[in-house]
Design a protein around this ligand. Structure first.
Ligand code: ATP
Ligand code: MG
Length: 455
């Protein structure tokens, strides 16, 4: 798949281009006629076609008009010297670029590089769009963080090859999101992406979940069942939380990872599948190897390429970006000081936690802006709330009154308050009276709401 198709009827030029491009590491095929070109372009997918506009059996321009809207291949047309009008026509017909004979190889390469880059970006965009649609959630790979940009670079390169990737990172950093992204950018994008949630499968079911079973393989196996690896054939197998796989299962998995062959439980014949393996873990597998909890041979097979996804606190510059993204869905805004607050928190639950906190704040905030105190995760929220309440350092007696007032506003019933406090109704009335008398002072002490009017 991919590569360059040269469509040029001048034999010597064609050979020259072919060998020069090959030497530069491009995958190249060459044809001499329009007819052969149509045949190949409609059955295989090339990245770029170098198309001579004057072919002996048909007009390259017609070929371009006919095929360019239908296939993803990009066209660079080769026109005769001074043939400006044809070049313009070709561009109108969908060519990405043109070069005029005679041209230097360097000129051609500059054009090729540009067109290939354009194609790759288009593909990435397309992949990203379908990805967004699939997840029905907002995902962004925009970043201001050098650390994360580096990760994206590695991941995008990995996507182009078929190597096994191990994604490491704390919970909520986006390992699964990243695995799907790799799949979407790879040539396997139209094939299945199958998740094996290793933490959720009980040990005795692992083998049949992964490899399937034949009818009658064991009691209860009333029909044949395909395993996850078979369902992933042609696509990507995502081994999530791979550190949770029990040792005996690791041995079976190792054999599969090495050979891509397996037997269904109760089956005799070996089945071969073509899958790309991506694994993820938030555990230190090297450490587990040392403790004898994870097989080193399995680790070396799955981490051909290892990608460490940084925790959110190590890419704080992206917090505003992500926050805005999550806010957009609810059409809410955030004040600059709230953003600073979000940026200062350490986010142990990473992007997932940020998203949850923001969604909750959006749902609970009434106005156009989200309330700042809602933008803190629960543990911090409590702390801030206490901070607010205690900042004036109330005495125990004042605290007691604040609490009684709070309960009374909540229940609007002295009986209920008495019940909660475990005291008599009379005591409640007495406290409320006292509260009303001190109301002015307490309001100053940031105690919101008037004391109830009780006589
Ligand atoms: N690039 C991103 N853009 C926007 N949101 C993201 C991104 N990455 C992750 N998220 C959010 O974080 C959530 C968690 O991501 P994901 O499930 O991929 O994390 P994980 O690393 O697999 O976590 P765990 O270890 O807990 O399984 C996603 O559902 C999504 O809401
Ligand atoms: Mg996950």
């Amino acid at each position: 798949m991919g590569g360059i198709l040269i469509v040029e009827d001048d034999d010597s030029l064609s050979r020259l281009l072919e060998s020069k491009l090959r030497r530069k590491g491009y995958k190249v095929e060459a044809v001499r006629s329009g007819e052969e070109a149509v045949q190949l372009l409609t059955t295989k997918s090339y990245d770029v076609a170098l198309l001579d506009i004057r072919l002996s059996d048909m007009s390259g321009l017609d070929l371009l008009r006919e095929l360019s809207p239908k296939i993803p291949t990009k066209f660079i047309v080769i026109t005769g010297y001074g043939d400006v009008n044809t070049a313009v026509e070709a561009m109108k017909a969908g060519a990405s670029d043109f070069i005029q004979k005679p041209f230097s190889f360097d000129m051609l390469e500059v054009s090729l590089r540009r067109v290939l880059k354009e194609k790759r970006l288009e593909e990435e965009n397309k992949a990203l769009k379908s990805f967004l649609f699939e997840r029905d959630t907002e995902i962004t790979f925009e970043t201001k963080s050098p650390a994360f940009r580096n990760v994206l670079e590695i991941v995008r390169n990995a996507a182009l090859s078929d190597v096994s990737v191990l994604l490491r990172g704390e919970t909520g950093t986006g390992k699964e999101v990243m695995a799907r992204y790799i799949h979407r950018l790879s040539e396997r994008r139209d094939k299945p992406f199958v998740v094996v949630d290793c933490a959720a499968i009980p040990e005795h079911l692992f083998e049949s979940e992964l490899f399937g079973h034949e009818k009658g393989a064991y009691t209860g196996a009333s029909h044949k069942k395909l395993g996850l690896v078979e369902l992933a054939d042609g696509g990507t197998l995502f081994l999530d939380e791979i550190g949770e796989i029990p040792l005996p299962v690791q041995a079976k998995l190792l054999r599969f990872v090495e050979t891509r062959r397996f037997r269904r439980v109760g089956g005799l014949s070996e089945i071969k599948v073509d899958v790309r393996i991506i694994s993820a873990t938030n555990r230190d597998l090297m450490e587990m190897v040392k403790r004898g909890e994870f097989r080193s041979d399995l680790l070396y097979r799955i981490n051909i390429m290892e990608v460490e996804i940084p925790p959110l606190r190590e890419r704080r510059e992206d917090i505003p970006l992500l926050a805005e993204l999550f806010l957009k869905k609810y059409r809410k805004k955030v004040k600059p000081q709230t953003l600073s607050l979000l940026k200062s928190y350490s986010w142990p639950g990473n992007i997932r936690e940020l998203r949850n906190v923001i969604e909750r704040a959006c749902l609970l905030s009434k106005g156009e802006y989200v309330d700042e105190h809602l933008c803190l995760p629960p543990s911090q929220r409590e702390e801030t709330c206490l901070e607010d309440m205690f900042s004036e350092m109330p005495s125990l007696q004042e605290l007691e009154l604040m609490y009684v007032g709070y309960l009374y506003r909540k229940f609007k019933s002295a009986d209920r308050v008495a019940q909660v406090l475990g005291c008599s109704r009379r005591t409640v009335f007495r406290k409320l009276k006292e509260l009303r008398e001190r109301n002015g002072d307490l309001e100053k002490a940031s105690f919101s709401g008037r004391a109830p009017d009780v006589n």
